[in-house]
Design a protein around this ligand. Structure first.
Ligand code: PLP
Length: 379
């Protein structure tokens, strides 16, 4: 059976999961087994995921945000602690810090690659700083060498938000395996999709045990051990999700290759147009796991960005602001310690994400580009 994607013929969604007979069979097998939680799929999925990323183990959770929150809690980072993270990210990164009871400190990103700026991290480190939470934004590895160096020098934990970046590589090593703990996510717009879900990755057995306890009301059924200092959560991943995830993991390499080819098709079609700023070239030795095709309009066109998005959507082309800066969102405004966020605010005013998913065709890339350029011409 051909791989399917949930797309209407005339529409080009921003992202779309893929599945085939294998996913259908996997789900049906779990259904018929009657074992819908804590069966054999969960540990198998966790083992296969850990092998893929290159950590000793994985702990699957019900979302990527919850994986990040559990990571912070497992590391003992809560009330009174500050966690440094970029302001230019999906809000889940920051909500996880708040969920753990810690205080986010929002710092700026690099103007070229839009990942967290090491200089900004260094400027933000203070007496209450306990952790750095870098985000591998849009599947592009964050600058881990200076981040790990700063963490070591100041004795800070590093929790990688690799929720958009499963399969990306920093200097040959999989992101999510580089810090104390890493988190990935399985929402349907991510390259490995289970509907909802996430996972923690790490190498420290005690830390991983705490993660397993935290995701299940403080209790780890395998070891029969209980947490003393925290209540834990109801944040398990079901057998259905785990079974689906196992099949999706097998599609990841092909998905990443296809995503890279589509990003290259976009680049060829749009490069040289002075109205657009395309994603920066990948750093030598790194590999991007492409997540949408994120571009910035020329500054003069920023006032028209929202109209361009509306125009594309009216044509059935998925498009979105990825991402509105966290410190400008209603709940978060004026609530967190922020450093200078000039690059974040500039990017937030003119960024937009274009469709990118494995079943997308080159013709569809051409159509998105043609409509985008047409909308930019009009006024
Ligand atoms: C998707 C994502 C998450 C996690 O999202 P969930 O919906 O909670 O799984 C976290 N951080 C970033 C940057 C993301 O893109």
């Amino acid at each position: 059976m051909a791989v399917r994607a949930s797309i209407m013929a005339s529409e080009i969604p921003l992202a779309s999961p893929e599945w085939a007979l294998e996913e259908e069979q996997a789900l049906l097998a779990v259904l018929r087994s009657g074992r819908w939680s804590f069966g054999e799929q969960l540990p198998a999925f966790e083992g296969e995921l850990a092998a893929l990323i290159g950590t000793t183990a994985a702990v699957a959770t019900n979302s990527g945000t919850m994986a990040l929150q559990i990571a912070l809690e497992a590391l003992g980072i809560g009330a009174g602690a500050e966690v440094i993270t970029p302001a230019y990210t999906f809000v889940g990164s920051v909500n996880a810090i708040l969920g753990a009871g810690a205080s986010p400190v929002l710092v700026d990103v690099d103007a070229t690659d839009l990942n967290i700026s090491p200089a900004a991290i260094e400027a933000a480190i203070g007496p209450r700083t306990r952790a750095i939470l870098p985000v591998h934004l849009f599947g592009r590895p964050a600058p881990m060498a200076p981040i790990l160096e700063l963490a070591q020098r100041h004795q800070l934990a590093v929790i990688e938000d690799a929720c958009e970046a499963i399969g990306a590589r920093w200097q040959g090593r999989a992101v999510g395996s580089l810090g104390d703990l890493g988190a990935v996510a399985f929402y349907p717009n991510k390259p490995v999709a289970t509907g909802e879900g996430g996972a923690l990755l790490g190498n420290d057995p005690e830390l991983l045990l705490r993660c397993r306890q935290l995701r299940n009301q403080g209790f780890d059924p395998d070891s029969g051990s209980r947490l003393q200092d925290l209540p834990g959560h109801s944040a398990r991943l079901s057998e259905f999700h785990a079974a689906l995830g196992r099949v999706q993991l097998l599609r990841l390499q092909a998905s990443l290759l296809r995503r890279r080819a589509l990003a290259e098709a976009y680049r060829q079609r749009l490069a040289g147009d002075e109205r657009l700023q395309l994603p920066a070239p990948v750093a030598a030795g790194d590999e991007i796991a492409w997540f949408t095709y994120p571009i910035r309009l020329q500054r003069a066109l920023a006032p028209r960005r929202d109209a361009v998005i509306a125009g594309l959507r009216a044509l059935g082309i998925g498009c979105n602001v990825y991402f509105p800066p966290v410190h400008q969102l209603p709940f978060h405004r004026d609530r967190h310690r922020c450093l200078d966020l000039a690059v974040t605010e500039d990017a937030g005013s003119r960024c937009l994400a274009l469709p990118l998913f494995p079943a997308m065709s080159e013709e569809q890339v051409n159509r998105v580009c043609a409509e985008l350029l047409r909308l930019l011409k009009g006024r």
